[in-house]
Design a protein around this ligand. Sequence first.
Ligand code: FEO
Length: 164
Amino acid sequence: MLMNAKLLELYQQQIKNEFESAYIYLGMAAYFETTPFHGFAQWMHIQAKEETEHAMRLFRHVCDRGHQVELRPIAGQKTAYGSPLEAFKESLAHERLVTQEIHEMYRTAVTLEDFPAQVELQWFINEQVEEERNVQDMIDKIAAAEDRFPAMLAIDRIAGQRDE
Ligand code: FEO
């Protein structure tokens, strides 16, 4: 069942966006690897892996709908941040942007009465609620630590236990 050209274009773009997200999180992982906070680095590595999985879900849907996937260029990303809090705040801003992108896709799928895309995108809508909550949770913990090193290490240890 082929997709309308407008929705297909949003899918192609979002495949790129999700791979770019993976790259952003790898940049954050690279930053944390240079700090004492290797648990945060692990958290970012897991996040980067999840973003690749998001891209591949969209990739699968485009193929299943009978279209050819395009792999568009992704931008280079920075690997330096001013502080752990700055990195996680940028992560939240990025996730909010992704949420808007997913909502725009869903809005389009509803307008076009593309029911398979609606069902598929509902997974992403729920996923974004979780993504934003996870990052906000890290920001709240880090902000409460107020740069006290033992507290930061305790949070880092928790972050390092993330496995999915
Ligand atoms: Fe794929 Fe973090 O949104």
